[in-house]
Design a protein around this ligand. Structure first.
Ligand SMILES: [Zn+2]
Length: 491
């Protein structure tokens, strides 16, 4: 991969660093190695999570972080979320570590997920194994390194430095470690906001998922995310002998027809993005020259020769999308399948409700002349159409996981403080974005929590082989966490 050098314009911060702040931030200067060592420890503990329906014991990494935060002098508390089948008393932990000031005041919360997605060791380079935490040329390799144990390590050290400094604070700084963001947080963020909202409902929260858009070196600030709607479609058809094809009533053929016409005909209502395309272009152009802007836009990193998709960033980012990702049908070569299961990953724009997602799917099925049944609790537009009343059901949908898209306001009081801290430190203006993927922030906003922002250190290859975190991004982001905490909580 060729490295791309971008020259970023410096600007004068509105609220520059004070002498006291400079002194505080200098504490981070020689901490790069300590952060990397902590990250190595975290990467070496396997905290694999590949399904919300199958239990994985990842208590070891919670024991490690609790121990670390205990030793650093924080108050810690573990919360147990029982696993749903709960046959063997299985459970997941959430950990809260807190540092309270002398007087009451606001609560700032750091947040990160300790779980990692699966890996295939054969696809990784031999000298950088997935659980090795190997450092090579400024990069720390390992599954979960950039997504998102690096952000967690930086927040842990920032918290420790604030506590060990002379700074007096009011209110509280707390850090919340979750166990299952990679499977949408049923036992982490969703469990806690449902059962312990009083504990996690901070005045502001910074989730340290990676937000550096390579080749930029400063992190972006993600305001929100699309809403994941993972659904299972069951197509009902008629079985028969394979020598006598049933083009229209084979369940598999129904699913194929559903998929092949969707690109053109399955339409979702438009929603205005939390940050529009033009705002993003303007923000980027305020930072870099037009020539550099073009380099950034064209940058795709490594790409497989099998990958025939041109990344149409705009089309994907600013629209509700769907991807057909699992299909099951058939028992034997000469038997026409009477059922076909299709799992679809819909990603709804913030502002589009789950009911509106269903409405679009139902309208599409009506066009295809398929009778569809959707889960209870939602209105089915087909129920008012006479011609479907006596027809058999072609498709039933069930929800695998659902969360609506959401975003926070960067111009809230905390949002402005964060922006000013960013500019004071990086001497450049922040770039806002939002994410196609889920984060624990989604569950927090859905529960009514305010001022949730995502901001974390960079790297590449999250979820693919040879994932790494870039060590040179650790120092500045740790300073930023520390500066935001200081400005928000100082007495
Ligand atoms: Zn993540």
């Amino acid at each position: 991969m060729t490295a791309i050098n971008i020259i970023e314009k410096k600007i004068t911060p509105k609220i520059p660093l004070t002498a006291e702040e400079k002194k505080l931030l200098a504490l981070v200067d020689d901490k790069e190695e300590e952060i990397a060592e902590l990250l190595q420890e975290l990467v070496k503990i396997n905290s694999l999570n590949y399904s919300e329906f199958q239990y994985h014991n990842i208590n070891k990494i919670f024991d490690f972080t609790k121990n670390y935060m205990d030793n650093a002098g924080f108050k810690t508390e573990l919360f147990k979320a029982p696993f749903f089948s709960n046959k063997k008393n299985e459970f997941y932990y959430n950990l809260i570590a807190s540092y309270e000031g002398e007087d009451p005041g606001k609560t700032l919360q750091f947040n990160g997920h300790l779980d990692i997605v699966p890996f295939n060791p054969d696809k990784w380079d031999e000298d950088t194994p997935p659980l090795g935490g190997v450092i090579k040329e400024g990069k720390l390799y390992g599954r979960g390194s950039v997504d998102m144990k690096a952000g967690i390590a930086c927040q842990m050290i920032a918290m420790k430095l604030l506590k060990d400094s002379e700074v007096k604070i009011k209110g509280k700084l707390q850090m919340w470690f979750t166990p299952d963001e990679e499977t949408h947080g049923a036992y982490g963020s969703a469990f806690m906001v449902k059962n312990h909202l009083d504990v996690v409902n901070a005045d502001a929260t910074i989730v340290s998922e990676p937000t550096v858009r390579v080749p930029l070196t400063s992190p972006g600030i993600s305001l929100g995310e699309k809403g994941p709607h993972w659904m299972k479609f069951i197509f009902h058809g008629v079985a028969g002998h394979g020598s006598w094809p049933k083009i229209k009533s084979s369940a598999l053929n129904k699913a194929v027809r559903f998929m092949s016409k969707a690109k053109r005909n399955l339409k979702f209502p438009k929603r205005k993005a939390p940050v529009t395309k033009w705002q993003q272009i303007k923000m980027l152009l305020s930072r870099v020259s037009f020539a550099d802007y073009r380099k950034i836009v064209a940058y795709t990193g490594e790409k497989s020769p099998l990958d025939k998709d041109k990344t149409k960033r705009g089309k994907i980012l600013y629209n509700t999308t769907f991807s057909f990702n699992q299909i099951k049908a058939g028992v034997k070569t000469n038997v026409i399948p009477d059922t076909c299961e299709l799992e679809v990953d819909f990603r709804a724009m913030p502002g589009l409700s789950t009911q509106q997602v269903f409405d679009a799917i139902v309208k599409y099925c009506t066009k295809l002349n398929y009778r569809i049944e959707i889960p209870e609790g939602y209105t089915n537009l087909q129920h008012s159409i006479q011609k479907f009343k006596d027809e058999p059901v072609d498709i039933t949908i069930s929800i695998l996981t659902v969360g609506e898209g959401s975003a926070s306001d960067p111009n809230s009081e905390f949002g402005k403080l964060m922006q000013n801290a960013f500019t004071a430190l990086y001497e450049t203006s922040p770039i806002f974005g939002f994410m196609t993927g889920f984060s624990d922030g989604g569950n927090m906003r859905e529960a009514g929590m305010k001022d949730i922002f995502i901001l974390g250190p960079g790297g590449r290859n999250a979820h693919t082989a040879n994932e790494y975190a870039e060590i040179k991004t650790f120092r500045d982001i740790t300073k930023l966490y520390l500066l935001i905490a200081y400005r928000y909580l100082k007495k």
